[in-house]
Write a protein that binds this ligand. Structure first.
Ligand code: ADP
Ligand code: MG
Length: 266
């Protein structure tokens, strides 16, 4: 999804970002409820030969801190497009993306990249681990890019991998030596390097069997609560909705319903 062309949008015309940059040390304290991600009336069109294809049609949704939002819909319904817009990787044709009350839709590419680095963790559908790096190095590289000193970046990588259930000899394995579930955990650990406010995860269980898929879902649910992150998880599998606080159904680029689960209403 990150190599999709950018449709014409309003990038570059907006105000400077004033969202506070997160501190180096991951915080497990609850974030204010205002740290939510809000999409309003998002329209996204792709060029499609002579015509345009409307991938997202007036999509509005809110992902709140400490809640797991599941976006479910059939293949081709616009789920990955929705995540790309939420991630500021694609500028929508119209509509707004707000994070903690700040409008991200008018940002320049550089500003959007900064917001991604400091506030948004992304787990793409296609795992993009580097083949030659060990599990710990995959995470360490990102910590290093984020400005940590080498010793600190390694320590942080080990901590993060432990927090997603990877320890011991696994840390020294390269992607081809890891199981699908372990690779996905490394992807998730990488996305947490900058203590994001928002975690966007595309089809996290698509390559896993039921048991390992469920373990990854449980992990995402735990991370969401422990880190008070606003998690948006895309899936086409209705069986994956049990742990969600909110379910958003999307069909042909349109939201069918956005509702809290009855079981979660106290
Ligand atoms: P999902 O993730 O639910 O399978 P996508 O967001 O990938 O759906 O795609 C939604 C629709 O947009 C599909 O019809 C798809 O073919 C189309 N689409 C996705 N990406 C592009 C692109 N870069 N250019 C043109 N059409 C695209
Ligand atoms: Mg997709």
């Amino acid at each position: 999804m990150n190599d999709q062309p950018r449709p014409t949008g309003r990038v570059g015309q907006g105000p400077t970002v004033v969202i506070p940059v997160t501190s180096e040390t991951p915080s497990t304290e609850a974030r204010p409820a205002a740290m939510s991600l809000q999409l309003t009336d998002i329209v996204l069109t792709y060029p499609d030969g002579e015509r345009t294809l409307t991938a997202l049609d007036q999509v509005s949704m809110t992902a709140r801190a400490g809640e797991l939002t599941a976006v479910v819909g059939p293949s081709g319904s616009g789920k990955s497009s929705l995540l790309a817009v939420a991630a500021t990787l694609i500028a929508p044709s119209s509509g707004r993306v707000m994070l903690a009350g700040q409008d991200l839709t008018g940002l320049s590419k550089a500003e959007a990249a900064k917001v991604r680095l400091t506030h948004i963790g992304i787990v793409f559908q296609q795992s993009n681990l580097l083949p030659s790096l060990t599990a710990v190095e995959q995470v360490q590289v990102l910590a290093h890019v984020a400005g940590r000193a080498p010793a600190r970046s390694r320590a942080q990588a080990v901590e993060l991998l432990e927090s997603v259930g990877l320890t011991g000899a696994v840390l020294a394995r390269r992607p081809h030596q890891l199981s699908g579930g372990e690779r996905q955990r490394v992807n998730i650990a990488r996305a947490l390097v900058n203590s994001p406010d928002v975690l966007l995860v595309d089809e996290p269980t698509s390559s896993l069997d039921t048991e390992r898929g469920q373990a990854v879902l449980d992990l995402l649910s735990r991370i969401t609560r422990e880190r008070s992150v606003a998690t948006v998880m895309v899936t086409h599998n209705p069986e994956h909705l049990a742990g969600a606080d909110q379910i958003v159904r999307i069909v042909d680029g349109r939201i069918e319903a956005e509702k809290p689960l009855l079981s979660n209403i106290a």
